[in-house]
Design a protein around this ligand. Sequence first.
Ligand code: AMP
Length: 291
Amino acid sequence: MEVFTTPAPLRRHMEQFRGAAPVVLVPTMGALHEGHLELVRKGAEMGPVVVSIFVNPTQFGPGEDFEKYPRDLESDLEMLRPLGVEAVFVPSVSEVYGTGEEGVTIQPGDRARGLCGERRPGHFAGVLTVVARLFGMVRPDVAVFGRKDAQQCLVIKQMVNNLHLPVKLVDIPTVREPDGLAMSSRNRYLNDEQRQRATCLIAALRAGEQLLHAGVFDARELRRTMWDILAEGSDEPDYAEVVCVDTFTQPDLITGNTLLAVAARVGPARLIDNMVFRISDHAVSPGCLLG
Ligand code: AMP
């Protein structure tokens, strides 16, 4: 496993694999946990893996946690070493964005409307800009993302489709703690009491799931139920939404591939989570996001 800070030597190193197997990129912001490692393992089944570690300043808004976002490169590298990762790409901010230049940015399409796109103005422009730059620097054939960031997956898919980028996107199911809390680098911000209350996100989603299985397809009822659970357990519920994955609209009557998405602040951490279902002829089955 070699560590690179600039793109040209990284690409030269990966040249030996081109043509034989797809080069797989797993973009991360570091502070790695089992969720990230699962992305890497799934990626490694497809081809040689490049993991990027870059805390991207442009996706954080004013007053968000860019400065205090956990950074622990040594421990990240230790976690990656046993997984057979081919290369780790750890660029500096100036390597990605240049110095003293106002560079090109990418504005997201309609998949960035609502949910986190509405609550975090500029966030998805920052995400797309860094993902596009990473794609240019690494030139992967495949890029792996976590379903935990469902809207991020949809926003990136729209960019790849609209710009005809030659990258196949793969999404991986959310990896959870034993009590259901979605793993997140931001869980490190929680004390014991907050960690306990953070389970309100998965509790809200499970309540939504139960309503679907009980044949309740009225989106307002799901939103209300999920919101009430967030309101009780969190310090500040942010949203509890039901979204049609294919049209990215918020239907009154739930049908087709449907995203249940929640966000709430618990202590110092803003947490998000989601589940995807497919509803067809009143039958509920697991849905797909990038499909
Ligand atoms: P981050 O470092 O938070 O930017 O995440 C890097 C990638 O890991 C993104 O594609 C995330 O969606 C994914 N990811 C983060 N947490 C999880 C999780 N609990 N399960 C699966 N993927 C995750």
